[in-house]
Design a binder for this molecule. Structure first.
Ligand code: CDP
Ligand code: CDP
Length: 227
């Protein structure tokens, strides 16, 4: 039988998906998979290779040549492209501001979707991204669509960036978040959308603990129903 549920968490940039997904995964002893990191990793590779970010065939070739791996680590898990650790590199502004262009390429989405399904296949997984509940895991037992106001999300990103030594001003961050949300929501292949059966969770005035508790309740309910 399947060990544990599939939990899909989607939503716009900086809504709190990965922070909360990690906590929830720990509580249930589930695996955590950050699909955004996978899109960031291929974007990093494309930038390194000096590829034209619209050149789908070239970027697909690059993706076919690399493995993207996660390793446990504190405070965040580590991300590797082959043997190179890219945990910090994939959070830099150059990657952040190019990732939506690369993630719009259908061949890249098809390949990463296949890899993500493989990771989630055994169950016992919390996976976060933009299209997990709608496309990657349409049969996930738990689907959360996490949102927060753009003002709040920009403030959160400002704080995160400060800890990484990135000094982009608040107004710029707000603009970048809106721009990335717009691109992610309007692309042709699996855009950011709330699945019909997803629970919408507005985290604007909630603490991390409150959001994690709410999702944990939903998972517990589902687990009970499965038994
Ligand atoms: O953490 P943050 O909100 O900045 O974004 P992320 O989750 O790291 O995702 C980075 C980018 O990858 C998004 O803006 C999307 O363009 C893309 N992405 C996607 O297209 N589909 C996913 N399932 C996850 C991320
Ligand atoms: O993964 P996503 O881009 O949705 O967001 P994130 O990378 O988890 O970043 C969210 C930031 O907001 C983190 O710095 C959290 O500490 C903070 N935060 C949160 O996640 N949830 C709240 N309810 C309040 C703050």
């Amino acid at each position: 039988a399947k060990q544990g549920l599939q939990v899909a968490i989607d939503g716009p940039a900086s809504a709190g998906k990965s922070t909360v997904a990690k906590i929830v995964a720990q509580r249930f002893h589930y695996i955590y998979c950050d699909t955004g990191a996978m899109y960031r990793a291929i974007t990093w590779k494309a930038l390194q290779a000096g590829a034209d970010l619209d050149d789908e065939a070239t970027i697909k070739q690059l993706l076919d040549q690399i493995t993207i791996r996660f390793e446990p680590g504190t405070p965040t898990q580590k991300v590797f492209v082959d043997e190179t650790e890219v945990t910090l590199a994939i959070r830099q502004p150059d990657v952040t501001n190019s990732v939506s262009q690369v993630s719009a390429l259908p061949a890249i989405r098809a390949e990463l979707t296949a890899r993500q399904r493989q990771i989630a296949d055994a169950g016992g997984i919390v996976m976060d991204g933009r299209d997990i509940g709608s496309t990657v895991l349409p049969h996930a037992e738990v689907k959360i669509f996490m949102v927060a106001s753009v003002e709040e999300r920009a403030q959160r990103r400002l704080k995160d960036n400060a800890a990484k030594g990135i000094t982009t001003p608040l107004a710029t961050l707000k603009h970048e978040i809106e721009e990335r949300d717009r691109k992610d929501s309007t692309r042709k292949v699996s855009p950011l959308t709330q699945a019909a059966d997803a629970v919408r969770l507005d985290t604007t005035s909630l603490s991390i603990e409150q959001v994690a508790d709410r999702i944990a309740e939903i998972i517990k309910e589902k687990e009970m129903q499965q038994k």
